[in-house]
Design a protein around this ligand. Structure first.
Ligand code: SAH
Ligand code: SF4
Length: 371
């Protein structure tokens, strides 16, 4: 006998790429094009209630309500900066919080999103890294940040949605959450969803080489690489993943990635840490690594956070560093800090994370048994 009170685990349709959604409808005995219709409702019209999806038959709507849901991350707060930047905190369960930041600029609106609750990569200058790692975000939780921003912000003057660009530069290392990253990217790119072009989506990574290679094949969106040092000794210390994937291997993967994208530029992020990586010699070493390559450098003035010993390089040092790179033919820009007054600047996205990784054993982090 069927238990009418049995709780059915509903399938969350948000964050599901079109091919899987088509299979979902096929399994229900429905035509695959239902996937396109439902995606348009969810992403393009912001509708999450199946009952309001009026081009689906009443019967299908009722059946969907029984087996499926559109379950979005819950925004627990929204802060608006004096410069127009907006920061949302999303609950990721058990009292933990991840963040997304919207940065309006002339001609575009960039949403900086999180890919993990915390981060296990332990970069020495990063507030997220200092909090440790808890878990990966699901594709639904990743795409849900974009959905939320688009549905909370007014349309742009030309009637298009607020979010024109997405960067994975919030909390977490996106390539360490590859399994959920790729479906999320597929949804963001899909014409029946937001239809963003590959150049308008940027995945930023600390340098997980095998996954850079996989991404080149699977979904070669724009790539940003957090280089931060021009030699392995320093990079081993400030970006510990370098011990596994040293600079030479990382750059080789980058040039292969760029080659597959008709040599479109890779952006190299370089945080300016006072007295650590900001000398003219560092700029010269960096130029040697990148000269003649499809590379541009984005200098990021270090954003301090409580408990850090690092300091931001003085303005004059940043300018001298940038000029030195330019004099060697390297395209170099400096990121303007936005959202300072609401702690929304790069590396200040701390959210709230309870670490599930044991404190260091020697220099290595060891994961404790999963809770
Ligand atoms: N994990 C990915 C993406 C998130 S971090 C990565 O590391 O690339 C996004 C960018 O902010 C990275 O370049 C990161 O190195 C930089 N960042 C981290 N902490 C920072 C800080 N305190 N000040 C300035 N930039 C920081
Ligand atoms: Fe993780 Fe990126 Fe922070 Fe490094 S800089 S700890 S990879 S979020």
């Amino acid at each position: 006998m069927t238990d009418v009170n049995a709780v059915v685990d509903k399938t969350n349709l948000i964050g599901m790429e079109r091919s899987r959604l088509e299979q979902f409808f096929a399994d229900m005995g429905e035509k695959p094009f239902r996937a396109k219709q439902v995606m348009q409702w969810i992403y393009q019209r912001g509708v999450t209630d199946f009952d309001a999806m009026t081009d689906l038959s009443q019967g299908l709507r009722s059946r969907l309500a029984l087996v499926a849901e559109v379950n979005l991350p819950t925004a627990i707060s929204e802060h608006q900066s004096s410069d127009g930047t907006v920061k949302w905190l999303f609950s990721s369960g058990a009292g933990q919080v991840v963040e997304a930041v919207f940065i309006p600029e002339l001609g575009r609106g960039t949403l900086c999103i999180s890919s993990q609750v915390g981060c296990a990569m332990d970069c020495s200058f990063c507030a997220t890294g200092k909090q440790g790692f808890n878990r990966n975000l699901s594709a639904a939780e990743i795409v849900g940040q974009v959905w939320h921003a688009n549905n909370s912000l007014p349309l742009r003057a030309n009637g298009v949605r607020a979010v024109t660009n997405v960067v994975f530069m919030g909390m977490g290392e996106p390539l360490a959450n590859y399994r959920n990253l790729v479906p999320a990217l597929q949804v963001l790119l899909d014409d029946f969803s937001y239809g963003l072009s590959r150049r308008r989506i940027t995945v930023s990574t600390s340098g997980i080489v095998p996954h850079i290679n996989r991404l080149a094949e699977d979904c070669n969106v724009s790539l940003a690489v957090s280089l931060h040092a021009a030699n392995d000794t320093l990079r081993d210390e400030i970006v510990p993943v370098n011990r596994m994937h040293p600079i030479a291997n990382l750059l080789e993967a980058c040039w292969n990635y760029a080659a597959l994208r008709a040599n479109r530029f890779i952006t190299f992020e370089y945080v300016m840490l006072d007295g650590i990586n900001d000398s003219i010699k560092d700029a010269d070493d960096l130029a040697v690594l990148l000269r003649g390559r499809p590379a541009k450098i984005n200098l990021i003035p270090f954003n301090p956070f409580p408990g850090t010993d690092y300091q931001r390089s003085p303005e004059a040092v940043i300018t001298a560093f940038q000029n030195r790179l330019r004099s060697k033919g390297i395209v170099a820009t400096t990121r303007r800090t936005r959202g300072d007054d609401i702690d929304a600047a790069c590396g200040q996205l701390a959210g709230k994370v309870s670490d599930r990784i044991r404190v260091r054993l020697g220099d290595k982090k060891t994961r404790v048994a999963r809770a």
